[in-house]
Design a protein around this ligand. Structure first.
Ligand SMILES: [Zn+2]
Length: 254
């Protein structure tokens, strides 16, 4: 897939009354049977009319009951207020309505959505949402097509958290994985990224042991062939990942 393929907005149907508007920022809505649950609410407020028209045309007459934010970064919450205004929707995220550790269920005649806290990989507020029976897993910015999602320094304990979290996410056996940004994927990409991360750490450590300097290491660690098509991976994500790992290794954090 090309970068442009990931950037251009497109509507993806995941089931009856279940749609993703996939673009740089993703928003999804699914009909539980008697109302909709929306997952994430974009960065750009001016998309309000377009998004509401898309919801009405795919799920006519259905009210939006809940808006679930995978976290509250600005690029996931812009339309929250619009959903409150139009539908009196309830906004659910770790900032406005903290979830118990076991999460919260949203059940309807057709589907159920389970929103679960999964903190620490991107923000302390991270949540994931699993929708059944479709088997669709929303992972927010925990998976970023090759980006190390951490907003803190990369240390051994954050590596363990990433490993544990990814194992749990892969364990859902999701048919479709919806990241916060860019193209949809499957559990296979989650596993591939974890393998890539381990290989990257091993490779950087070996080069540091051999006494290579930073510039040489950044040059020497090339992106794997099978990941060159990952969304924005060659543009910046691979280089950013190598730099983050190198910093962790140089500082003795990894
Ligand atoms: Zn974010």
């Amino acid at each position: 897939m090309s970068d442009q393929a990931g950037d251009t907005p497109k509507m993806i149907r995941l089931g009856e009354g279940f749609h993703v508007r996939q673009a740089v920022d993703n928003i999804a809505w699914c009909d539980l049977g008697d109302g909709l649950v929306v997952v994430d609410a974009l960065e750009e407020g001016h998309l309000e009319e377009e998004v509401f028209a898309a919801i009405e045309s795919t799920c006519p007459g259905r009210p939006v009951r809940y808006v679930l934010n995978t976290h509250t970064h600005y690029d996931h919450v812009a339309l929250n207020e619009a959903f409150v205004r139009r539908f009196q929707a309830q906004i659910v995220n770790q900032g406005t309505a903290p979830l118990p550790p076991q999460g919260r269920w949203f059940r309807g005649r057709l589907r159920k959505a389970h929103m679960m806290p999964s903190p620490g990989c991107h923000t302390s507020e991270d949540c994931v949402v699993f929708v059944e029976p479709d088997g669709v897993l929303f992972v927010g910015d925990i998976f970023g097509w090759g980006v190390i999602p951490l907003t803190v320094n990369f240390r051994a304990e954050t590596l363990r958290l990433l490993e544990d979290t990814y194992r749990r996410l892969i364990g859902f056996g999701a048919a479709t994985v919806v990241p916060g940004h860019g193209p949809l994927c499957t559990s296979a990409e989650l596993q591939r990224w974890l393998d890539y991360l381990h290989a990257l750490i091993d490779q950087v450590k070996a080069l540091v042991r051999r006494g290579q300097d930073d510039a040489d290491i950044l040059q020497a660690v090339t992106p794997p062939d099978d990941m060159t098509g990952w969304w924005r991976f060659l543009k910046w994500k691979h280089a950013d990942s190598v730099a983050k790992v190198l910093r962790g290794v140089r500082n003795g954090w990894l």
